[in-house]
Design a protein around this ligand. Structure first.
Ligand code: GAR
Length: 199
């Protein structure tokens, strides 16, 4: 199974997945990591782990759709079976999602459908939530909406600081995402409407 990881930033999830693959815990081939940010730290991690990294500059395209079309063409040519969004801070067009129907996973740092968007950890913290967590889900045409694969909750106990919460969230992410990919690679995920059965 060929995986493409799409990331825009730090790349800790990319690294956690790459390590799980290297250790043989996830049977898959990370064919490449693709980023839309030239200076994204994920590129340094990719170099260190000897995984091919591709930078596609969105400014070279007239529209979001043109950019997405190019990505689809490239990912199809590379025979990618699963696309893993790991902090990829772009909304995918419905053309992209349709081209890889049920073959795109995303991780979100909250218990969806709560706290959608790009600042979920802060939003849950500032809201005074007692519980937040991590969600891995399939991507559909709406943002942070597709069928949920795995979720894990995290308590926000009194006195916990925002950086401490962020660290807790990332620790859970680094465990949950490789697990979801492992289940996908082993064909153990069956999507039935909004529900994902783990068989
Ligand atoms: C992760 O916490 C991920 O859940 C979040 O971006 C971070 C990327 O970290 N994604 C979103 O907020 C998507 N809405 P990383 O670059 O270290 O993997």
């Amino acid at each position: 199974m060929n995986i493409a990881i799409l990331a825009s930033g730090n790349g800790t999830n990319f690294e956690a997945i790459a390590k799980a693959v290297k250790k043989g815990r996830v049977k898959a081939n990370i064919k490449l990591v693709l980023t839309d940010k030239e200076k994204a730290f994920v590129r340094k991690r990719a170099a260190r782990l000897k995984i091919r990294d591709i930078f596609v500059d969105p400014r070279k395209f007239d529209s979001r759709l043109e950019f997405d079309k190019e990505l689809v063409k490239f990912l199809k040519k590379e025979k990618i079976d699963l696309i893993v969004l790991a902090g990829f801070m772009r909304i995918l067009s419905s053309e992209f999602v349709k081209a890889f129907k049920n073959k795109i996973l995303n991780i979100h740092p909250a218990l969806l459908p709560a706290f959608k968007g790009d600042t979920a950890i802060q939003m849950a913290y500032n809201h005074g939530s007692k519980v937040t967590g991590v969600t891995v889900h399939f991507v559909d045409e709406k943002v942070d909406n597709g069928p949920i694969v795995l979720q894990e909750s995290i308590n926000i106990q009194k006195g916990l600081t925002l950086p401490e919460l962020e660290e807790k969230i990332h620790r859970v992410e680094h465990k949950l995402y490789p697990l979801a990919i492992k289940l996908y690679a082993e064909k153990k995920l069956k999507i039935r409407g909004r529900h994902v059965e783990i068989i």
